[in-house]
Design a protein around this ligand. Structure first.
Ligand SMILES: CC(C)=CCC/C(C)=C(\C)COP(=O)(O)OP(=O)(O)O
Ligand SMILES: [Mg+2]
Length: 426
């Protein structure tokens, strides 16, 4: 893993953080000689839950616990925000649910999460299907089983434990469904193809990042946004998102989606030329073809904002990238058998390692587990370092939200036995 010394903490972070106050705990920004913090430019987010003072610069379990926030049965209601419904009797729900389905990849470093609140899962699942069928005509009836099997309600409730209401959860859920329908229909096995993908993706991207043109041509563009399910889904999900997001959160999301689409195009270009990238090249592509746009909306879904200047800090960007990379290699590991069974060669980390590192598929898969674990440890170490260096409540809560998304994403991949199964390597 890259030398932690390369961590860009010693950059513009202190000055940026000082502008937002540090009502957090323990060593604040003064440690960098930043002097007493200026009053927050934005209304400060509610103070982070009282906890032990920030630890020394090396990560430690206390900081990891702070980043995760309270966990375990019955703690779902301990987060800062108002909840719309009383939390379900988690203990009873967990008993009824029994052990989580599926099993974790042996040797994979991860954090189990409590069973998502079944009351919220049911309501989100009901509402997202209503939206998919009645508002955006997302899929033909013959795809209904696959839509249900994706279990997007359970996914999003697991990934956003601090969402104050179901309406907030729906913001993430519509975007998750739209992102996947673009991938399925434009890139993958529901009519997707690398041929001409660039044009399709750019036009779909204008549903997120509007075309500004003349009165003569604007109507044609507006009509195009209703012409297929991917664009209907992107347009609608983005409209709901921008009602709640600030301008900088919306701009952040558009940037992250442009990254995602660039990653799709690299993957498609290599498919067209039948090129198997070097391992580092694959990891670079997967940093863009990546879950990143999902955890980075954790503040909008949580009903608060990580200020743009703090989000833009190199140290924050690095933590986001490490978390996104870890979440996406989780997908490579859990979708490995599904992709092996799909037509042609579907690139994922084990396939690329086997191709270039002269090992058999089992050793390649185990190496990919190690790569994931290294990414997770780097994410957690640098998140803890960042939390200690910049104990601004919105930063702490954002980091905790990203960590929760990482854990919820693993939970969904492990338990979605409709979609994924593990290879018989153990
Ligand atoms: C939801 C979202 C932003 C997805 C980003 C990119 C993406 C589709 C993945 C990371 C999932 O990868 P993959 O295409 O391999 O999906 P499956 O393995 O088919 O679930
Ligand atoms: Mg996959």
């Amino acid at each position: 893993m890259p030398d932690p010394g390369s961590s860009p903490l010693q950059s513009s972070l202190p000055a940026a953080a000082a502008r937002f106050g540090t009502h957090g705990h323990g060593r604040g920004i003064e440690a960098f000689g930043g002097g007493p913090p200026a009053p927050p430019v934005l209304p400060a987010a509610p103070p982070a839950p009282a906890g032990p003072p920030a630890p020394a610069r090396t990560p430690n379990p206390a900081m990891e616990r702070i980043l995760r926030g309270p966990s375990g049965l019955g703690t779902a209601g301990l987060f800062l925000s108002r909840r719309e419904e009383p939390p379900a009797p988690a203990a009873e729900a967990a008993e009824q649910a029994g052990p989580a389905a599926g099993r974790p990849v042996p040797g994979l470093y991860h954090h189990p999460v409590p069973e998502p609140d079944p009351v919220r899962v049911e309501e989100v699942s009901r509402r997202i299907k209503e939206w998919a069928v009645d508002e955006v005509e997302l899929y033909p009836p013959e795809w209904e089983d696959q839509f249900d099997g994706f279990s997007v309600g359970r996914y999003m409730v697991a990934c956003h434990p601090d969402a104050p209401t179901v309406d907030h959860l729906m913001i993430a859920t519509r975007l998750m469904v739209a992102e996947n329908v673009v991938d399925d229909c434009y890139c993958e096995d529901h009519g997707g193809s690398p041929v001409g993908l660039g044009g399709r993706l750019l036009l779909a991207h204008t549903a997120l990042d509007a075309l500004h043109t003349t009165k003569e041509y604007a109507p044609d563009w507006e009509e195009s946004l209703h012409s297929d399910a991917p664009r209907r889904a992107y347009r609608s999900a983005m409209e709901y998102f921008t009602r709640e997001a600030t301008a900088s959160q919306a701009d952040r999301y558009r940037h992250d989606m442009a990254r995602l689409h660039l990653g799709y195009l690299a993957e498609a270009a290599w498919a067209q030329t039948d090129y198997v990238p070097q391992v580092w090249e694959y990891l670079a592509m997967r940093q863009f073809n990546n879950f990143r746009p999902c955890p980075t909306i954790t503040d909008t879904v949580g009903g608060y904002e990580l200020p743009a200047d703090l989000h833009a800090q190199p140290a924050v960007q690095r933590v986001i990238a490490l978390a996104g990379n870890a979440t996406t290699i989780v997908n490579d590991l859990y979708s490995y058998t599904k992709e092996l069974a799909s037509p042609g060669r579907h690139l994922n980390l084990p396939v690329v390692v086997a191709e270039h590192e002269g090992c058999d598929v089992r050793d390649a898969y185990l190496k990919a587990v190690e790569v994931h674990n290294d990414l997770m440890h780097a994410f957690e170490a640098e998140a803890a370092e960042l939390a200690a260096a910049c104990p601004v409540p919105s930063v702490l809560r954002f980091l905790r939200g990203v960590a929760a998304w990482v854990d919820g994403n693993h939970y969904w991949h492990q338990t979605n036995t409709y979609r994924y199964s593990l290879p018989d390597f153990w």
